[in-house]
Each structure stands twice: as C-alpha cells, then as structure tokens.
Design a protein around this ligand. Structure first.
Ligand SMILES: Nc1ncnc2c1ncn2[C@@H]1O[C@H](COP(=O)(O)OP(=O)(O)OP(=O)(O)O)[C@@H](O)[C@H]1O
Length: 682
C-alpha cells in the first residue's frame, strides 16, 4: 500500500469504506475516510486492503482485478450489481447477487440461445454460461458433472437452480414433453416443501440434488430428484411471521368448493397447525378479491394479503393442478394428496385434557370430537382406534416372566400432544417422500450415458433466535463449505505445488474443528443430544450443560453471555450455546432441542396408520411396521434421532464427479451478520 493512495478500511455497516492511511502503528493503521475528511479512526493492519485506481470500474472476472482482496471483490460485485449485472466470475466460480426484481431479458429464450456452445468468458457472466460449460465438459470428458449452489437463505439458490434446469432442457432437450415435465415438477415440489420464512417467502425447507440425464448423443432423456431432510418441525409449529408449507394455504384459498366441503376445509386460523404462524395468503389486489371471505383468517381480513411478485396462493393452486396433470398425475392421485394434507390439519385440532381418573392418563376433549371424526375419515382410520392410539401406548414387555406381554400405557396430556404431532410429522413427511417419488416417475429413462446434477440445500441461517432447525441446516452448510475448501482450495494448491508453480500459499480457515464439534462420536453435540434423548428424563438444560462441560475452551464454542448482542447475553449458560461457523457466529437457544431431535412415532400409532382402510395411506407407511427398527421400538420405545440423519446426508456429496461452484449471496448487509461475524484470524 502506497502513501496517499486510497485503501479499503472496515466500515460498521457497509463492510468497507475508502480512506487514506495517515499514520502507521505497530499493528494498527490510522485511517482518514475519504467521505469524512478530518475525522480519523484506527483499523487493524490485516483488515486494510489496497484499492483499485478507479473504484467505479468493474470487471467480469474478479481475477482480472489489479488487487484481489475481500474489499475489491465486494466493491466489484457491488458496482456491477448497481448496473443490473448480477453475475460475476471468480474464474470457474460464479457469484450471483439476488436482485429481487425481474431484470428484463436476463433469462429470455434469446439469451438462452446466445449462450449455447459458447466458452466461459466469451459472453457476460451468466448462470447459463455455467450450465453450458457443465454440458460441454460432460460431452468432451464423457463424465457426469455437478453444480453446487451455495449461499444463505434467500440468496437465490433455488431460482438459479431452476434457470440451470430450464437452460439445459431448452437447449439440449429433444423437444418432447419430458423437458417440460422436468421443469413442471418444480411447482409441485415447492408447494409441499417450501414455506414462507422471515428471510424468504419461498424458502426451500429441504435439500435436493436434481440430475438431468443425457443419452450417448448428449440429448436429455430424463431426470431424477434426490431429496433429503424436510424440516418436519414446521408441520406442527411456525414462528409468528412464518408459515407452514405452501400447500396448506393454497388448498384453503384455492380448492374448488366441492373439495373444500369434502375435506372440511376453512380459513387457516381455524387450524392449530397454521394459526400460531402467519395466516395471511399471498395475493395481489385482484386475486385477493377472488378469495371468498370465509376462507380468510381474521389476520388476513385485517392486514390484507402478503405480497410477492412470484407467489399467489389461489393462482398457485390452479397452476399446481395444471402442473400435476402435465406430469401425469390423474384426478384420483391429486385428491389423495389433498385429502392427506387436510387430514393432517384436522389431526392438529385434536386436544387433550386430564382424564380425572387414577390412571393419570388423558382423554380427547369433547370439543375436538369433530376434528377426530374428520381426521379419521380423511386418513381412513377407525375413529375409536385413533382415539385410543392417541391417548395410550402399546408396549411389549421385554424382560421378566411375562416377556412379550402386551400392555397398554395411558398417556399424559403432554405425551398425547407429542404423539399427535409425531403422527402429523410422519404422515406429512411420508406424503412429501411420495410426491418426490411420483415426480421421479414422470421423467423416467431406461438408461443414460451421463448426467448433470445440481445440488441445492437449504442455505446458512442466522436469526436473532435460532433453534434446532438452524443448527441442522448450518451443520450441513459447514460440510458443504468443507467440501468446497477441499476441492477448490486444497486440491488446487496441491496441484500448483506438484507442477512447481511458485504461487504463494493461500491461507483459508479449515472448518474441520467445527464439524468435529458437531459430529464426533460420543463427544460431538449430535451424540450428546442423542444420549440425552435416551435418558429416562431428558432435559434441554442438562444437554446444554453437558455440551459446555465437554467442550470447555473449544475455539468454536462459547456461552451466550459472551455474545456481542444483548439479546443473546440474556440467554443463560444452560439455555444455549454459540457456535463460530465458517460464515459467522450463531447463538442457538436449546429449548426444545431434545423434543425436536426425536422422530419416533409410537408403535400403536404406527400400526394404526399402516393398517389404514385407505390404500393410499397404507402405501405411504408400507414397510415401516415390519422393519426391525419398528419391532425394536415396540419393546424399548422409543427414539429416532433427527440430528443424526443430517450427519448421513451430506454423503451425497461424494456423488459429485466434478463441479462448478455457484455462489449466490445477498449483498444486503444485515446488522446481525456484522455483529456476529468472526474474523478469519479469530
Ligand atoms: N435472479 C433472480 N431474479 C429475480 N429475483 C430473484 C432472483 N433470484 C432470486 N430472486 C428472488 O429471491 C427470492 C428468494 O430466492 P430463492 O428462493 O432462490 O432463495 P434460496 O437461496 O433458494 O433460499 P432458501 O435457502 O431459503 O431456499 C425468490 O423467491 C425471488 O423472489
């Protein structure tokens, strides 16, 4: 850095600001901001970077910058963004900034045609260019390719994934309806797996790996979607500004009157599984008028509809029905899906109260009689059997003289609530599995030569209050980051060394310690949590204390009171922990961790649904009751770890033969983000 030349120095909200160095200390520099002459501030030496001569000039590839550092990269992307150029390369990596509005012609058919067969760098950076490179590499190398889409929630991952799919099917499809089906499958998956969160009105609450398969002539022959880890807790509860999965509202707003009556649907605030969250529909001024008043919640009537250019519950219902038809679902199958969704809603309305007898058990409240009846009818269950299974649990004795005897244990109100919610989660998540399976049957292929895969998992999340869901999602993102570190940073550097290139070592933060903290056997947070779940009387406090005790002085873990945010400092040591992730520090509040980590459905309920009179419900639960797991559960009862499922899933990454990294990142600075950010050097 030369005397008098502008530099980038830290700024509390903008990331960096331009200034000049006026004094040099031992480890800090005195900076005079260009915008506030006469005022100075101190900045650590390692956070001050040289600036380009012309800070308003931008380049298509960050590698062409004279000085490439955090600040110049950010500035280049920002200058481009202000000119509606949302894509920028870092060599093979594409950075995308979410514009949150339609940029004219950016994704038009003309644009698709322009990018076909063109090398990276010959046209402006674009997600189409990346898709085409994947295609050409697949063709030349005769190897499957994968694109990883990464970024925090709301950054635009799913939208860019869809652009890649559309590009490939439009450019290299056979013109048959298989191409259309691949694209049409999205609205259906989104209806069942996406929801409004505080960050994103259309947030994907599941991860997916979409494969587009090509034949030996490199034409699209079919597709396959692998999905994992649907966020189940959302089915029963959402925070006040969030919603359950879109399908619930779309059905309430858009279902034709006969279906509405048949499935006993009404406004979202009449269902417990929706009423604790936001109960407003997405609608425009015009479409809002078309939704009947009796379908709207009090909140909707008072505050009006939610607005989003891409979402409209009533219209989306109709579009979804068209999409279902296009991908080959007949009317019966369509009604099966809606019926189960409605059944889950009625199940949620079943309430319990103490039985008032010596058994210590509970009964279903009288006022829940209709919910019980509707639920039983829609899920093909016997009403009395459902009543008994929700309020008691069948167990097989595993020891003593009467080994193998069936005993019926009455449930307390709290236990019955948990059993009801576990059933709702099991039914809905199996329905979601079915939707994905059904979608996959719509673009079948006998054989394929290669595929291009796109990995889109839920993005890194950090809120003021973070719970088990954020913990699992962020852990997955930590694994993805590690994969990126390994493949891009470590392997590239090893290659430079092997080839004798005198390139300076690029230092990066290895996040293995953070991953170990979560997943190590016995001492990792996930195993500690599983251990807690197996205790006779598990508690969130005891779990949290164990985490802190086992990891005193761990660099990545600390107590909430050490947070820079007041709101976290109020959280007691046994109520939470802070993890320093690769993307920033997140404070997790551990209330409900134990409950949310348990996916178990007790035996009586599992048998009940597996033997439903309704063929569709029976099929959803096929194989589950006969499994060894289920039999074991009958005796021991009963814990199935949710967290550990997250541990297994990132193995999908080993599917990736070769990849390009698409990084989408919202540039809007978040105050939380800045406060929580932990610098690389600690
Ligand atoms: N290229 C784009 N052009 C216009 N709007 C966009 C673009 N990308 C994203 N958006 C807008 O941003 C919203 C959020 O994008 P998206 O759902 O793709 O985020 P995400 O990264 O997948 O988030 P999550 O991890 O929560 O699923 C979209 O619903 C859309 O309104």
């Amino acid at each position: 850095m030369e005397d008098g030349k502008p530099v980038w120095a830290p700024h509390p909200t903008d990331g960096f600001q331009l200034g000049t160095i006026v004094d040099i200390g031992a480890d800090s520099l005195t900076i005079e901001p260009l915008k506030e002459r006469g005022k100075t501030f101190l900045a650590p030496v390692n956070q001050v970077f040289p600036a380009e001569d012309d800070v308003n000039k931008h380049v298509e590839d960050n590698c062409s910058l004279m000085y490439l550092n955090e600040a110049t990269l950010l500035n280049n992307v920002r200058v481009r963004y202000s000119k509606d150029k949302i894509y920028t390369y870092v060599a093979n990596i594409l950075i995308a900034v979410n514009p949150y509005y339609d940029i004219p012609k950016l994704y038009s058919l003309d644009t698709i045609q322009q990018y076909q067969g063109r090398s990276l760098g010959t046209l402006p950076p674009h997600v189409y260019a990346l898709a085409d490179k994947a295609f050409r590499d697949m063709k030349v190398l005769k190897m499957s390719q994968s694109i990883i889409v990464s970024g925090e929630s709301g950054a635009g991952k799913t939208e860019n994934t869809k652009f890649v799919l559309r590009y490939l099917t439009t450019s290299y499809g056979t013109g048959q309806d298989i191409d259309e089906r691949i694209v049409e499958a999205n609205p259906l998956l989104e209806a069942f797996g996406n929801a409004k969160t505080v960050r994103n009105n259309n947030s994907s609450r599941f991860g997916k790996f979409v494969e587009i398969h090509f034949n030996s002539k490199n034409a699209v022959v079919g597709g396959f979607v692998s999905h994992y880890l649907l966020e189940k807790s959302r089915i029963c509860r959402q925070s006040s500004e969030e919603r359950n999965y879109h399908i619930f509202y779309r059905l309430c707003a858009g279902a034709p009157e006969d279906i509405r009556q048949k499935f006993h649907l009404s406004s979202p605030d009449s269902f417990r599984y929706l009423s604790r969250g936001c109960t407003r529909y997405f609608a425009t001024k015009d479409t809002d008028k078309q939704i009947l008043q009796n379908r709207k919640s009090a909140e909707h009537l008072k505050a009006g509809p939610l607005k989003d250019p891409l979402l409209d519950d009533q219209g989306d219902f109709s579009r979804m029905v068209v999409a279902m038809k296009k991908i080959g679902l007949d009317d019966g199958e369509k009604l099966d899906l809606f019926r189960v969704v409605a059944g889950v809603l009625h199940l949620g309305n079943i309430d319990f109260e103490e039985a008032g007898s010596t058994s210590g058990g509970c009964v279903i409240k009288n006022k829940s009689g209709q919910a019980l009846e509707h639920c039983a009818e829609l899920l093909g269950l016997d009403e009395e059997d459902l009543r008994i299974s929700l309020t008691s649990r069948v167990m097989l004795t595993t020891a003593g003289g009467a080994k193998g005897t069936v005993i019926k244990v009455p449930l307390k109100v709290e236990q019955a609530n948990n059993a009801r919610d576990a059933l709702a989660k099991a039914v809905y998540s199996r329905l979601f599995d079915h939707v994905v399976t059904r979608v996959n049957q719509c673009f079948p292929f006998d054989s394929s030569a290669n595929f291009i895969g796109v990995l889109d998992i839920a993005g890194f999340e950090y809120f003021e209050h973070n719970s088990f869901e954020q913990f699992c999602i962020n852990y997955c993102n930590e694994k993805l980051q590690q994969f990126f570190n390994e493949r891009i940073l470590k392997e590239e550097q090893e290659l430079y060394q092997k080839e004798g290139l005198g390139v300076n070592e690029v230092k990066y933060v290895d996040n293995q310690d953070c991953i170990d903290l979560v997943e190590l056997k016995l001492v990792g947070i996930l195993d500690i949590l599983d251990e807690e779940n197996r205790l006779p009387q598990p508690s969130d406090q005891h779990f949290t204390e164990t985490v802190h005790n086992k990891h005193k002085n761990h660099f990545r873990l600390t107590v909430p009171r050490k947070s820079k945010l007041t709101v976290h400092r109020n959280v007691r040591d046994d109520e939470g922990f802070i993890i320093r992730h690769f993307a920033g520090a997140v404070c997790y509040e551990t209330n409900q961790f134990v409950e949310k980590n348990n996916d178990a459905l007790h035996m009586s309920l599992e048998s009940l649904v597996s033997e439903s009179k309704d063929r569709f419900i029976r099929e959803l639960f096929e194989n589950s009751i006969n499994s060894k797991d289920a039999k074991q559960k009958a005796g021991k009862l009963s814990f199935i770890s949710v967290g550990n499922k997250f541990k297994v899933s990132p193995k999908h990454l080993c599917l990736l033969h070769c990849f390009l990294f698409l990084f989408s990142h919202s540039l809007s600075p978040s105050p939380l983000w800045d406060l929580c950010w932990i610098k690389k050097d600690g």
